[in-house]
Design a protein around this ligand. Structure first.
Ligand code: FES
Ligand SMILES: [Fe+2]
Length: 325
């Protein structure tokens, strides 16, 4: 057994958000279509709550949800121009999260600011980074850029497991065979798991879709983007999970395919979505019931154990904790 294989369970300290904070990743918070200009909604995020809102300028923003005055949920407030207004005493916050107006006074407390998450919008999703400054770029597909592809997005039902465990499934090649009935034609060699992203290639035959060459790229511990090159088409998928209250994970899936003249792109996207939903349905019963304890890893678990070691040492923090809870 190589040294890489030999991670005995007692040596592996699995990530624990309550102890260390949450992994510093880009997390999808809402779908773009949920937040029109002039609208605000609030959503669970990590162990608390955030608002996602869009001012008249069209820019999506993510802030801690609770008004600094007395804790009203700003998600039931309103957007006035480029300000977010609290329903309770009508304090107003600007795009950087600072309170800019209190109707009854000009004396604004300097600490009257919301937690201002770094926010970006792409792939039909509004993303927030868990930290003051992003540690890596927003997730993308391995080779093709946004202007080359058509894409669609859907939300997945929450699962009662941490995000790093769901995404770790991509490194569990025994489960690809056992749960998804696929044949691994070519397993990836060992690959570098030291950075913010992980990349590998393999070849697989799926019982429904046939043979494909796969190119995976993982971002942080919560997002996997991959290209599936079948004989006649290229289907890309991106799953990204977001930790929500109670140690659960909410996920979104983006499906994409190259824009090619005279090719029915919508039909390929529909096929890709059905493929993704089928794979997730096959994992569901397992992920709803598991109590994850890697007590007896064997040689065939090598890649998964490396992923777990990576998750254990991945930067974790919780700078928004006192704002969002
Ligand atoms: S609680 Fe928001 S203004 Fe008072
Ligand atoms: Fe799976």
């Amino acid at each position: 057994m190589s040294q890489q294989t030999a991670a005995p369970a007692e040596a592996l300290r699995l990530p624990d958000a309550a102890r260390d904070g949450y992994h510093q990743c880009w997390y999808p918070i809402a779908m773009s279509q949920e937040v029109a200009a002039g609208k605000v909604i609030s959503k669970e995020f990590l162990d608390g709550r955030v608002v996602v809102w869009r001012g008249a300028d069209g820019v999506a923003r993510v802030h801690s949800a609770f008004c600094r005055h007395m804790g009203a949920d700003l998600g039931v407030g309103s957007v006035e121009g480029n300000h977010l207004r609290c329903i309770f005493h009508r304090w107003e916050y600007g795009g950087d999260g600072r309170c800019v107006k209190i109707p009854v006074t000009d004396a604004i407390p300097p600490r009257a600011r919301l937690f201002n998450f770094p926010t970006e919008e792409k792939w039909g999703l509004i993303w927030a980074f868990n930290g003051e400054k992003p540690l890596y770029d927003l997730p993308h597909f391995p080779t093709l850029s946004e202007d080359q592809i058509a894409h669609s997005v859907f939300e997945c039902a929450p699962l009662p497991v941490p995000t790093w465990l769901i995404v770790g499934n991509t490194h569990d090649f025994q489960h690809v065979r056992a749960v998804h009935n696929a044949t691994m034609e070519k397993e990836p060699e060992d690959f570098d798991m030291s950075g913010m992203t992980v990349e590998f290639k393999n070849e697989v035959t799926d019982p429904n879709m046939g043979f494909s060459k796969q190119h995976f790229k993982l971002f942080g511990t919560n997002t996997v983007a991959f290209e599936n090159k079948f004989e006649k088409m290229l289907i890309m998928s991106m799953y990204s999970g977001t930790p929500i209250n109670g140690g659960r994970t909410k996920g979104y899936t983006v499906t994409a395919t190259p824009r090619i003249p005279n090719v029915d792109v919508q039909a390929i996207l529909a096929r890709g979505e059905a493929f993704g939903k089928n794979i997730m349905a096959e994992d569901d019963v397992l992920l709803y019931t598991i109590r994850f304890k890697p007590e007896m890893p064997i040689a065939a678990d090598r890649h998964l154990m490396l992923w777990l070691q990576r998750a254990a040492r991945f930067p974790a923090a919780h700078p928004s904790q006192s704002f969002i809870t």
